[in-house]
Design a protein around this ligand. Structure first.
Ligand SMILES: NC(=O)C1=CN([C@@H]2O[C@H](COP(=O)(O)OP(=O)(O)OC[C@H]3O[C@@H](n4cnc5c(N)ncnc54)[C@H](OP(=O)(O)O)[C@@H]3O)[C@@H](O)[C@H]2O)C=CC1
Ligand SMILES: N[C@@H](CC=O)C(=O)O
Length: 449
């Protein structure tokens, strides 16, 4: 017996899905009793070279060839973006076809509509590839960990920005050059501003937080800062301070309210997240029963993402064989409060340009003192002419104290620009105590130390 599949899109991910489905067809047939056959592949341009040699699969530019073919039982969507992917998925679901998608934009923004359509049609939607590429995150959060109250999510969930920041740190290469490399490697979104401006990570955090905190988080509830403001100078200063810069996504639940943020952060080199480089992703999860967990793997790229998509496909096929359909709809989740502007207290890195004149530094120190912010370390480098570049790392401060210090600097007259303000991650702190996880691993597996 075979199950006929329609594939929407044959770019980086779609080509990987064709290749891996073909490679594993025999095993899938052994496991599920049914053989997956990709019949149609929808693309925009049939003449374009594909990253995979097509055998029996037929390329088409007509959506109806896939969506109106009654033989197609499963539609895999790898087009990306909102439209026409949304319309195609809704059409497929309404026709009773099961859907597997890698599309985080769509799940983050239109998840409710899609899950409700799936429930109404008694069809399934799977989206493991939408977050973390190859790393299983959705299934563990939805399944294995549902008995937990999850309080913390923290990690690197965008491969492109991690690739850019890693290469800037390792080779001193410029931003634009490394972004081009990330695009050539197939890591970046078709519009890479989503990656660079932190939106891709914010969409993924929206999905993860909705599942982990049993609620429905809206994208506009995530505070988002991208990496566009990070310069080679920040990377070099961070290095001088014993840190690397990473784009961290953080979700916390405290007293029933959520804090959600995506932000470039100075991470001490001894911190486990500091060594997550290239397009790798890592996520720490803290649950009340499970304790701290760490997920790590390739967060982007053709075959890593195809691994997750084909994993979903296999689950759909198992369900087809067993004659079961799992649908959940979206409306049963309570809405939780989100504190939009209350990040936690912590240390901050501040890079500013000041007039290089006697007494200016004393004035800056005075502003910090008045705002109740004490300085942990100061780096000062002469730039050019009358200006000096000063980098200050604060001791732990509240958001209010930080805002007061920044306003005081702006009012001073001798600080022409505040060039960057970034949080500094603690080795121990409110979030998962990462080195405890590592200590536990080493204690229980001394051979790994
Ligand atoms: N790249 C990655 O590492 C990862 C990507 N994802 C997600 O997977 C999805 C696909 O990403 P990726 O493969 O990188 O994207 P690509 O841009 O490489 O591929 C998109 C494919 O969709 C086709 N397509 C686009 N618009 C249309 C349309 N209007 N009608 C028909 N076909 C269309 C394109 O056709 P044509 O080739 O003819 O132009 C192309 O084959 C996105 O949702 C992305 O966020 C998730 C995890 C990782
Ligand atoms: N553009 C994304 C691709 C995977 O989701 C990323 O860089 O992480």
């Amino acid at each position: 017996m075979k199950v006929t599949i329609g594939l929407l899109g044959c770019g980086t991910v779609g080509a990987g899905v064709v290749e891996l489905t073909r490679r594993r067809a025999g095993r899938i047939a052994d496991m599920t009793g049914v053989r997956p056959v990709i019949k149609h592949i929808l693309v925009r341009d049939e003449q374009k070279p594909r990253g995979v040699v097509l055998e029996g699969e037929r390329l088409t530019t007509r959506p109806e060839d896939v969506l109106d073919d009654p033989e197609v039982r499963v539609v895999i969507e790898t087009i990306g973006g909102i439209e026409p992917a949304r319309t195609f998925i809704l059409r497929a679901l309404r026709a009773g076809k099961h859907v597997v998608t890698a599309n985080k934009d769509l799940i983050a923004l239109h998840g409710e509509e899609i899950f409700d359509a799936a429930e109404a049609a008694q069809a399934e939607v799977f989206f493991e590839a939408a977050v973390g590429g190859a790393i299983p995150l959705i299934r563990p959060l939805k399944g294995c960990l549902t008995s937990n109250e999850i309080t913390d999510l923290k990690g690197i969930i965008n491969g492109t920005t991690n690739y850019i920041l890693s290469k800037m740190t390792e080779t001193g290469a410029g931003f634009d050059e490394v972004l081009r490399e990330a695009q050539e490697l197939g890591y970046a979104e078709s519009d890479p501003t989503s990656d660079v401006d932190g939106l891709d990570a914010a969409r993924k955090l929206t999905i993860l937080a909705s599942i982990a905190f049993h609620t429905r988080v809206r994208l506009d509830e995530v505070r988002v800062h991208g990496i566009r403001s990070i310069t080679a100078a920040d990377v070099a200063y961070a290095n001088d301070l014993g840190c690397v810069i990473k784009l961290l996504a953080v979700g916390r639940e405290r007293d029933g309210a959520l804090q959600l943020e995506v932000r470039p952060t100075l991470v001490p080199k001894a911190h486990p997240l500091a060594s997550v480089s290239d397009a790798f992703n890592a996520l720490f999860v803290r649950g009340d029963a499970a304790g701290d967990l760490m997920f790590f793997g390739r967060g982007a790229g053709s075959m890593p993402t195809a691994s997750a998509v084909v994993g979903d496909l296999i689950e759909v096929m198992q369900h087809l064989r067993m004659g079961i359909t799992e649908t959940r709809g979206s409306n049963r989740l309570p809405k939780k409060q989100v504190h939009a502007n209350q990040g936690p207290a912590g240390r901050y890195y501040i890079r500013l340009t000041a007039l290089d004149r006697p007494g200016v530094f004393a004035k800056i120190a005075g502003v910090f003192g008045q705002a109740g912010v004490s300085m942990e370390s100061v780096l000062q480098k002469r730039v050019k002419g009358e200006d000096a570049q000063i980098v200050i790392v604060t001791h732990a401060v509240s958001q209010g104290e930080l805002a007061a210090a920044i306003q005081g600097l702006k009012d001073l007259g001798s600080v022409p620009s505040i060039d960057n303000v970034l949080p500094v991650e603690e080795l121990e702190g409110e979030g998962p105590v990462l080195e405890d996880v590592m200590d536990d691993v080493v204690r229980t597996h001394p051979e790994l130390s």
